[in-house]
Design a protein around this ligand. Structure first.
Ligand code: MG
Length: 379
């Protein structure tokens, strides 16, 4: 039987690749609904190709433009946060792909969990800011959570058939980001303009800076804590610039399992959407003849303090991880506007974390309030 899926964020990078997987497995998957923002032409193309019965767009203006280009096509179009929730809770979807940023995702994903939808999760904020709430609700509802992130998919694959009690630790690999080899003094003084000139700038500014500062890896540490129920002391990060090993698990007997493959997000997306069933695909495979070496090094904590901030926020818990996430978003945004140099990003984030009055066992409202506060507290 075809599984219905709803995609939150169909026009983003993950959403587009999720749709590609649907088109490769038409007898297995079908798009029940999707939510997108305002890319009118792409939205129209996706509706025509995947024929969802419901879509949600940013606002009425976008809705009218989409409707005008979809004359005669049968699809219900809704808007705003209500619309997003309608897509996340659509009756004929078994799984919801969550690939939109921020607090919007948080609200929508919790509504989906209440209706017992399985979640294929790409949005980092859900686990970083509200990991306890999300995982508790997921457990109570008895749903499955499939990570859409190469590291967490790797860990989940390594854990298949294993007793979780035998996990000694997990080892998250990190590429080290585009500035791994940049000397510390030069990195510290780097401006947004210089960063934008960097040849490896391919992923979009926010994620590239998060990858350069290792904050992205820090968020993944917090995600792993929640997804796999591990203590922070059991989560290690190792720099592996070749990105051939996507992550590893060490067991009580000293054995280590790793998941390797060509770095292609479609692999973890397919694995998630097909509920961990392995099916042939047609894209590139790893050729060890073309991997001259695999190298590893410990992360430089002085050069990349953000990684430690994530461990600190994760261990303290409460509203602090949400504050970390929001302060980072604000700091990166200001950095990209040229307001300060790279070395000020961690300084600004730390100042906000230190000022924050942490609230334990927060509600969703507490988390959203802490997020708001952190953005205004960053100066
Ligand atoms: Mg990742």
């Amino acid at each position: 039987m075809k599984k219905g899926i709803a995609i939150l964020g169909s026009t983003g990078s993950i959403g587009k690749q999720a749709l590609e997987i649907v088109s490769i497995f038409p007898s297995r998957l079908r798009v029940a609904a999707f939510a997108a923002k305002d890319e009118v032409d792409l939205i129209v193309e996706q509706v025509k190709k995947f024929q969802p019965r419901l879509i949600s767009v940013l606002n009425d203006d976008v809705k009218q433009k989409v409707e005008a280009k979809l004359a005669g096509v049968k699809v219900e179009i809704v808007t705003g946060l209500d619309g997003l929730i309608k897509v996340a809770t659509v009756a004929d979807a078994k799984t919801v792909v969550v690939a939109i940023p921020g607090s919007l995702a948080l609200t929508a994903v919790l509504e989906a969990v209440k209706l017992k939808k399985d979640i294929a999760l790409a949005t980092k904020e859900v686990l970083v800011a509200a990991g306890d709430i999300f995982m508790n609700e997921a457990k109570a509802a008895g749903i499955k959570v499939f990570p859409i992130d190469s590291e967490h998919s790797a860990i989940a694959q390594c854990l298949r058939g294993e007793d979780r009690k035998t996990i000694k630790k997990i080892i998250l690999t990190a590429s080290g980001g585009p500035f791994l080899k940049t000397p510390a003094e030069k990195l510290a003084q780097m401006t947004a303009k210089e960063a934008l000139k960097h040849p490896t700038w391919k992923m979009g500014p926010k994620i590239t800076i998060d990858s350069a500062s290792l904050m992205n890896k820090g968020f993944e540490v917090i995600e792993a804590h929640h997804l796999f129920g591990l203590d922070y002391a059991q989560i290690e990060v190792i720099i592996h610039p070749e990105s051939v090993i996507h992550s590893m698990v060490e067991f009580s007997d000293g054995s280590i399992k790793a998941q390797l493959g060509a770095p292609d997000m479609r692999v973890p997306i397919q694995y998630a959407l097909l509920e961990e069933e392995r099916q042939a695909n047609h894209w590139g495979r790893l050729d060890f003849g073309k991997v001259p070496s695999m190298t590893f090094q410990k992360p430089d904590k002085v050069k990349f303090p953000c990684l430690e901030f994530a461990y600190e926020a994760g261990k303290k818990g409460g509203t602090l991880p949400a504050v970390l996430n929001a302060a980072n978003e604000e700091a990166v945004s200001q950095f990209l506007k040229g307001k300060f140099n790279f070395d000020q990003i961690p300084v600004k984030i730390k100042a906000v974390m230190d000022q924050h009055q942490n609230k334990e066992a927060p509600s969703l409202a507490d988390i959203l309030a802490a997020d708001n506060w952190a953005r205004t507290a960053l100066v």
